[in-house]
Each structure stands twice: as structure tokens, then as C-alpha cells.
Design a binder for this molecule. Structure first.
Ligand code: FEO
Length: 398
């Protein structure tokens, strides 16, 4: 399938309706995804990115129906991760000498993936590629989200090809942002940001400021996943600007696991206390062993406070909670507060261990946490309600 976005600018990607897990098993993609590739025809013809390699033959066959492959003068690889570069190997069998424009880090990554001595042309920010009537301007975007990542901008048509940035794992045949369900779209956008871009928020903020200072007219943002932003494309740039600044809503998220429902009872009593002390705060509970990890991370991203609970087992914590703490350690959330809770029978290390994990993940501890021996009785649950009220009062937003 080929779709003309503007005169002589074509979408030549692949919509992957079946995908449910991305990055191996790390990222849940409930709505599938797309791998967006673009072809620009002018006096010279340029292909921007390819698609994931399970679709490489389909991609190349589709391209062949659109253009004699030998007429592709340049390839631009905005990002070497294989969901975008994965069809290069197949494509280069047909046009082995075609120059591939990418960053210096892109050269390294592409060689690292494919072990091929292709005709690489390393670029730097501000370098231009004259296509004829229009030119492509390159903008390096290191660590958004790999060292090699870059954007390119098509003059006259005023299109930013942003690769992963501003994208989302969202399969749709409707292609454009104004045609799809807005709640679904923005849920996938914030999930993508929370799970992939959070560790690089300071770089996101800087890159957005740099892009705004270039004062380039912007008619369309063509990302590498999901919709093309043609209706008010700045809206997603503004969202990224907001999300990059220690984003939080008036929400408290409680994440726990439980063996015999004691820690669950504590979680629910704490939530009851929170909600009875602050009727405006959103409080959500997730049993992490039964919840989607990435959806839960998205809720943490939206939260001002995170409470984590586990019973003590083998002088430690339940493995699902341990995995979750590792997940949030890597994401480097900033400006969020946290506390721990859990049941125990004898040694009772869980709260201490969770506190340590939360601190290592960059959360500010509100207190030492709350423990309850064996299965919490009414008195212990009253203590949890009281504890929840204290958390709500300590963190109440204007
Ligand atoms: Fe969509 Fe970083 O790859």
C-alpha cells in the first residue's frame, strides 16, 4: 500500500495489526503498531527509513510497484533500531551502492546490526541534502532514544520526519491524527513517552526548545510509529514539552503483590484512607502480578505519589514487585514521592527493601512505611486507613 501525503511525498510503510509485544516481550502493544517509511520524489528520490525485517520482502515488493528501485538516489536512516532499519539488508541486495545518510552513531549501529560495508554518509545537525525543488535538513537527536537517533525536515512542504519521537504503537488504516479516536491515540502517546522516553526527559526538553528556536514552519509530523500529525501537529510537541518537565497529575498509584490477600487488604485500606481525606485525588490500585507492566508504568508516570507493597518472603519481596522496582529504577522518574507497605510473619524485611528500591529509583520517601503482622485485623486496617489519610494530607495539591 502506498499513500500520497503531499505531492510526491508517499507513505510506504507497514501497518502491523498483529503485534502485541514489542522490544521482545518488554513492551505491550495492545493496539498493534505501524512501521512508517516515506518516499520523497523530486529531481532526486529519497527513501526515509524502512520497516521491521519480518516484513522486509513485502516492503521491497511494495516499493518495486511504486518505483524502479534503481531510481532511489538516497536512503536516510533516522534510527538504526531494527524496527526501522530491518529491511535495509533486503533492499540493499537490489541497490547495494546507494548512499545511506545517518549520524556517525548510526553508522556504528547499522554496521553492528548488519555487518555490511554499505555506502554510509555520516551527517551532522544542519547538514542539508538537496533533492531539487526541496531539501532535507538533518537534526541530530542523540538519546531520543538511541545515540544515533535523528530527525530530518523537508523544506517547502514543511514536514518533520521525527522517527520514534511523537510516535505511538497504534495500528490504524486511517493514518492521520484527526481521523482516529483521540482518547485511544493519546493513551498510546503517553504510554510510549512514559515507557520509552522518560529517562531522556531533560534531552527531550532541550531538543524541543532547539527545534522551536529554529522557527521552522510545521505542517506535518511524520513519525515512524502510528499516526501522521497533520491537524495541529504542534499539539504533540506541546504534550512532549509538558511530559518532559517532571510531569504529574493529581493521582496516587498503589502497586502491590499479595500471597494470602493481607497486603491487598492493606492496599485497599490505604486507598480508602487516601480517598476519604481528599475527594479530588485519583487513586488507582494495581496487583502488579496481574497487571500489564507498561500500563502500570504509564499510571506511575501520571502520579504524584507511588505506594508499593509486598509481603515478606524469604527475607525479601515477591518477584513481581522486585521486577517492577527494577523497571522504575531504569526509567529515572523525577519529582515523585513514594512510600512502602506490606505484611510479614516473622522477619519482615519487605518494607525496608521496597524503600531501598524506591530511593534507588529516584523517588522521595514520604516516611518509613507501614508493616502489618500476619493477616491484618481490624485494628491494623484502621492503622492503614489512618496512614492513607496522612499520605493524602502530606501530598494534597492546591
Ligand atoms: Fe521504533 Fe527505537 O525504534
Amino acid at each position: 500500500m502506498v499513500i500520497e501525503l503531499k505531492k510526491n511525498v508517499y507513505w510506504v510503510g507497514k501497518v502491523d495489526w498483529e503485534l502485541r509485544k514489542f522490544h521482545g516481550e518488554e513492551y505491550s502493544a495492545h493496539k498493534g503498531t505501524s512501521y512508517n517509511s516515506y518516499l520523497i520524489r523530486d529531481e532526486k528520490t529519497v527513501l526515509i527509513d524502512t520497516v521491521w525485517n519480518p516484513f522486509c520482502k513485502e516492503f521491497v515488493e511494495n516499493l518495486k510497484k511504486t518505483i524502479d528501485l534503481r531510481k532511489i538516489d538516497y536512503i536516510v536512516s533516522n534510527h538504526a533500531e531494527v524496527d526501522h532499519s530491518g529491511s535495509l539488508d533486503e533492499l540493499m541486495k537490489h541497490i547495494p551502492d546507494t548512499p545511506i545518510y545517518c549520524t556517525a552513531n548510526g553508522v556504528e549501529s547499522l554496521i553492528g546490526h548488519f555487518h555490511k560495508d554499505w555506502n554510509f554518509v555520516p551527517i551532522k545537525t544542519g547538514d542539508k541534502l538537496l533533492l531539487g525543488r526541496r531539501e532535507l535538513v538533518f537534526i541530530e537527536a542523540p538519546m531520543l532514544h538511541w545515540p544515533d537517533s535523528m530527525f530530518c525536515y523537508l523544506t517547502k512542504d514543511n514536514i518533520l520526519f521525527s522517527n520514534d519521537a511523537f510516535g505511538q504503537h497504534y495500528a490504524t488504516e486511517l493514518l492521520y491524527n484527526d481521523l482516529v479516536d483521540q482518547a485511544e491515540l493519546f493513551q498510546e502517546c503517553i504510554k510510549y513517552y512514559a515507557n520509552i522516553l522518560t529517562p531522556f526527559s531533560s534531552l527531550v526538553e532541550r531538543k524541543i526548545n532547539e527545534f522551536i528556536s529554529l522557527d521552522l514552519p510545521l505542517e506535518m509530523i511524520c513519525t515512524s510509529h502510528g499516526v501522521i500529525w497533520r491537524d495541529n501537529p504542534s499539539q504533540i510537541v506541546q504534550k512532549y514539552a509538558d511530559w518532559s518537565k517532571n510531569y504529574k497529575e493529581n493521582q496516587i498509584t498503589i502497586v502491590y503483590d499479595t500471597m494470602w490477600n493481607g497486603t491487598r487488604a492493606m492496599a485497599e485500606a490505604i486507598a480508602h484512607g487516601i480517598m476519604s481525606a481528599d475527594e479530588k485525588v485519583v487513586c488507582k490500585l494495581f496487583n502488579i502480578s496481574r497487571s500489564d507492566k507498561n500500563d502500570t508504568v504509564t499510571e506511575v508516570f501520571k502520579s504524584k505519589v507511588l505506594l508499593v507493597g509486598s509481603p515478606t518472603i524469604n527475607r525479601g519481596i515477591l518477584s513481581a514487585v522486585a521486577g517492577f522496582l527494577e523497571e522504575i529504577r531504569g526509567l529515572k522518574f523525577k519529582g515523585k514521592k513514594a512510600a512502602a507497605f506490606g505484611t510479614y510473619g516473622w522477619s519482615g524485611e519487605s518494607v525496608k527493601m521496597i524503600n531501598k528500591g524506591l530511593e534507588e529509583a529516584g523517588f522521595e520517601l514520604l516516611n518509613e512505611g507501614i508493616k502489618s503482622i500476619w493477616n491484618p485485623n481490624d485494628k491494623a486496617l484502621d492503622e492503614c486507613i489512618k496512614y492513607g489519610k496522612e499520605i493524602a494530607k502530606l501530598t494534597k495539591m492546591g
